[in-house]
Design a binder for this molecule. Structure first.
Ligand SMILES: [Zn+2]
Ligand SMILES: [Zn+2]
Length: 327
């Protein structure tokens, strides 16, 4: 197999030939067809997440087909198309796992961060965490659903049922979620980097009711806001934009420090919460809705060997929607 490997933090990924791996008990091997590039991959490369492990193969939006099955695996078959998301393994025994909060497991493994991921021609996964995908949609279009879509979905559920929804940072996750929210008859208010009029136009094309810079206030108070951008300064901005009792959801795994702000922004029962990881049930819930919603994906494909270019373009905001690597 071949992979783009992170050998040391803050360095480019290196193209490497590795011995083929054999799935152990409870594992499957997946021949990768496409793997999305997520902002979290940048945090992994930059060493911004706790306890970084190198060498590691990043990538946690994996679409592929099972080409080997270890002992004791049930319910999956050779050739089946599956998705391998960020949550790669949980202990099944901690207080979070046994109360349907496996996203908060005390002893988890995360794909592309603490176990090898999908910037590769093949990957080994814990079979219990593989999501059956069916055959609808191309591999490239489905890949970004596995993190951008799933984390967006979990964030949307946690944001509550309010109709006016703000999305801060209009990248891969927001471009999917805007369509989900529109399907739910919500009004989306899209906030981009100040002055990024092309991304604002992109948001409007996807059905956003309003689009503007993150330094602007929406024309009406929002019921909820989800922050996908990694900029802590957006937290007080979003709190200012939501109505009394409104909720601000931080969807990213990493954010720059949040500046101090007057208590009046939180007063009147505004809520500030974060979303961490996903559960397998989130995956099943969201993927069952996708065909009904008819999400139009905007993707920019790159050959696997150009992973560093894809990461650089993501960092610089040089494409609309989501980048996807193809082995
Ligand atoms: Zn656990
Ligand atoms: Zn991700």
């Amino acid at each position: 197999m071949h992979a783009m490997v992170l050998n040391s933090l803050l360095s480019p990924l290196a193209w490497k030939e590795l011995p083929d791996r054999t799935p152990g008990a409870g594992e499957i091997r997946v021949k990768v067809a496409a793997c999305g590039v997520c902002r979290t991959d940048l945090h992994v490369v930059d060493g911004e997440l706790p306890d970084p492990q190198v060498p590691i193969i990043p990538g946690h939006e994996i679409v592929g087909r099972i080409d080997a099955i270890g002992t004791g695996v049930e319910g999956l078959r050779l050739g089946q198309r599956v998705g391998i998301p960020w949550l790669g393994h949980t202990c099944g025994a901690c207080s979070y796992c046994i109360t349907q909060h496996e996203n908060l497991c005390d002893r988890p493994l995360f794909t592309g961060y603490t176990r090898d991921g999908g910037f590769a021609t093949a990957t080994i996964a814990d079979a219990r965490f593989a999501l059956p995908l069916g055959e609808a949609g191309t591999d490239v279009d489905v890949a970004p659903l596995l993190c951008a879509g799933l984390i967006g979905w979990r964030s949307l559920v946690i944001a509550g049922v309010g109709r006016r929804l703000g999305l801060y940072g209009f990248g891969a996750a927001a471009h999917i979620l805007a369509q989900v929210a529109a399907w739910q008859n919500r009004s989306v208010y899209a906030f981009t980097r100040p002055g990024d009029v092309s991304n604002q136009a992109f948001a409007r094309r996807l059905g956003a009711h309003w689009a503007g810079g993150s330094d602007e206030m929406p024309p009406e108070p929002l019921d909820a806001a989800i922050i996908f951008a990694t900029v802590g300064d957006l937290v007080p901005m979003a709190l200012k934009a939501v109505r009394k009792g409104g909720r601000v959801v931080c969807a990213g795994i990493h954010m720059s420090d949040i500046p101090s702000f007057p208590y009046s922004l939180l007063w009147e029962e505004r809520q500030l919460v974060s979303v961490a990881n996903l559960t397998r049930q989130d995956g099943l819930d969201f993927l069952s809705l996708v065909p009904k919603i008819g999400i139009v994906m905007k993707t920019t494909p790159y050959p696997l060997i150009k992973a560093n270019e894809a990461l650089a373009d993501l960092r610089a905001g040089r494409f609309e929607g989501a980048a996807v690597l193809i082995p």
